[in-house]
Write a protein that binds this ligand. Structure first.
Ligand SMILES: Cc1cc2nc3c(=O)[nH]c(=O)nc-3n(C[C@H](O)[C@H](O)[C@H](O)COP(=O)(O)O)c2cc1C
Length: 305
């Protein structure tokens, strides 16, 4: 039986539902030595900002129980160098390129997406509203009004599909998802990291120079699943699930909760070829359970009433 792993999000065809998560695979070059990026459904590049950023001083990552904390501070090459030097590298791969964009103000998202509109290889953009480590960035992530306006402004300048990436550090993530949908978002992705902290008991110092950071990895998977489940009931646009995914079983949980595709982040630091293994194991599961398409799993959770 031939198994179809393809999914379609906002008219874009992905050969499988497995994407890499922003900030965990650089601009693709970092992973390309380990496996062909053409095996991915899509690659999401590191957040880019208008100007290059050095980010926070080290230490900016710390291992925690079943996860990690990071406060990279959006270190990136800036939009000019990204378009000139990083995007061309991705052109040779047969995978969907999703360019993740961050900014302190709505105008910065608009400026970057205006530039990306002229780049045929920027298949989609993902708006990072939710980076918890840049103080001014949290305004858009936590405000339904600002999130809706940001998406609407970006939609005016970027011709391709727009994904709004949501923060879990809010009172009601479904409300922000609905605002993004109203603003014209083609999809939402969730979750970004949860605000966390780790302390060195010898020095009495936080383990990160930013004092707090973003928690990711298996520790956040139950939170992410609950949020995907909640958002699935609140919006009609597709959901890209993110948070602690390391195995095909994890992916299946997200699909059942309503995700149409998923992104893998922290697991890439443990085993960089995790996406390849997951694609293989996903096929095995579908075959064993007599499904011929991965799409048959999306939203099939049987909740207790
Ligand atoms: C080291 C590191 C850097 C990250 N940088 C970004 C970033 O630049 N932009 C962004 O939208 N998310 C960033 N994230 C968040 C991830 O894309 C993802 O949403 C989060 O880590 C949860 O997924 P995971 O548990 O699979 O890692 C980063 C995560 C990590 C661990």
């Amino acid at each position: 039986m031939s198994i179809d792993l393809s999914v379609n999000i906002a008219g874009v065809e992905f050969k499988n539902p497995i994407l890499t998560a922003s900030g965990t695979c650089g601009y693709g070059e970092e992973l390309a030595d380990l496996f062909s990026l053409s095996r991915l459904g899509g690659i999401v590049t590191k957040s880019i900002t208008v100007k290059p950023r050095l980010g926070h001083p080290p230490p900016r990552t710390a291992e925690t129980e079943s996860g990690m904390l990071n406060a990279i501070g959006l270190a990136n090459v800036g939009v000019d160098e990204f378009i000139e030097k990083k995007l061309p590298f991705l052109e040779k791969f047969d995978t969907v390129v999703v360019v993740n964009v961050a900014g302190a103000k709505i105008q910065e998202y608009v400026e970057i997406c205006t530039r990306l509109a002229d780049c045929p290889r920027a298949d989609m953009v993902e708006l990072n509203f939710s980076c918890p480590n840049v103080e001014e960035g949290m305004g858009i992530a936590t405000s339904a009004v600002l999130a809706e306006r940001a998406v609407a402004e970006v939609k005016k300048v970027f011709g391709g599909p727009v994904i709004a990436k949501l923060s879990p550090n809010v009172t009601d993530i479904a409300e922000i998802a609905q605002a993004c949908e109203s603003g014209g978002a083609d999809a939402v992705s969730l979750i970004n990291t949860l605000v966390g902290m780790a302390v060195d008991i010898e020095t009495f110092r936080p383990r990160l120079t930013n004092n707090t950071g973003g928690l990711s990895g298996p520790a956040i998977k139950p939170v992410a699943l609950a949020m995907v489940h909640k958002v699935y009931q609140a919006v009609k646009i597709p959901i890209v699930g993110i948070g602690g995914i390391a195995t095909a079983d994890d992916v299946i949980e997200f699909l059942l909760c309503g995700a149409a595709a998923i992104e893998i982040g922290t697991a890439l630091f443990v085993e960089p070829d995790t996406p390849v293994k997951i694609a293989r194991d996903l096929k095995k599961y579908l075959s064993k359970n007599k499904f011929d398409s991965v799409k048959q799993l999306i939203g099939q959770l049987r909740i207790y009433s």
